[in-house]
Design a protein around this ligand. Structure first.
Ligand code: FES
Length: 161
């Protein structure tokens, strides 16, 4: 049987996707739309690697069915900036070299975007709270915090350097 068509708006473009309504958004983004910024980590909503913005709020796309995304604005990492013109948060992560393997970066950057959308100048404690459920197995947390502080326009004395 042919799956139903569901219209998703991703990075400002409408896409008619033929997939079962309970298909996780992450699968459609990666497999149907070739948007590979969001990563498959745990598949259980626990690691944050798959984070996207839905109506400007951070959401874990591995556990959100596509029929929950109808009439919502979905933004992926690709929607923030380009290689030549990275977004301010992406620039901050580059400047602080806030990656080792890089697998968590999508989630860290998208969660930072969501935080700055509602709180443009978060404190270090607020940044820690916002990112506490985004896992980084490499232990690059200090650099990540510095990048978020930079993106928020802070200096870095509170976390060294
Ligand atoms: Fe979605 Fe881990 S892959 S939270």
């Amino acid at each position: 049987m042919t799956p139903p068509t569901i219209r998703l708006t991703v990075n400002g473009t409408a896409h008619d996707v033929g997939a079962a309504p309970d298909t996780p958004l992450l699968y459609v983004l990666r497999n149907d739309l070739a948007l590979n910024g969001p990563k498959y980590g745990c598949g259980l909503g626990e690691c944050g690697a798959c984070t996207v913005l839905i109506d400007d709020r951070a959401a874990r796309s591995c556990v959100i069915p596509i029929d929950g995304c109808i009439d919502r604005e979905i933004t992926t990492l690709e929607g923030l900036g380009s290689r030549d013109h990275p977004d301010a948060v992406q620039q901050a992560f580059i400047a602080e070299q806030a990656a080792q393997c890089g697998y968590c970066l999508n989630g860290m950057i998208m969660t930072t975007k969501a935080l700055l959308n509602i709180n443009p100048q978060p404190s270090l404690d607020e940044i820690r709270a916002a990112l506490r459920y985004n896992l980084c197995r490499c232990g690059a947390h200090v650099e990540i915090l510095r990048a978020v502080m930079r993106a928020a326009g802070h200096t870095f004395r509170a976390i060294g350097g």
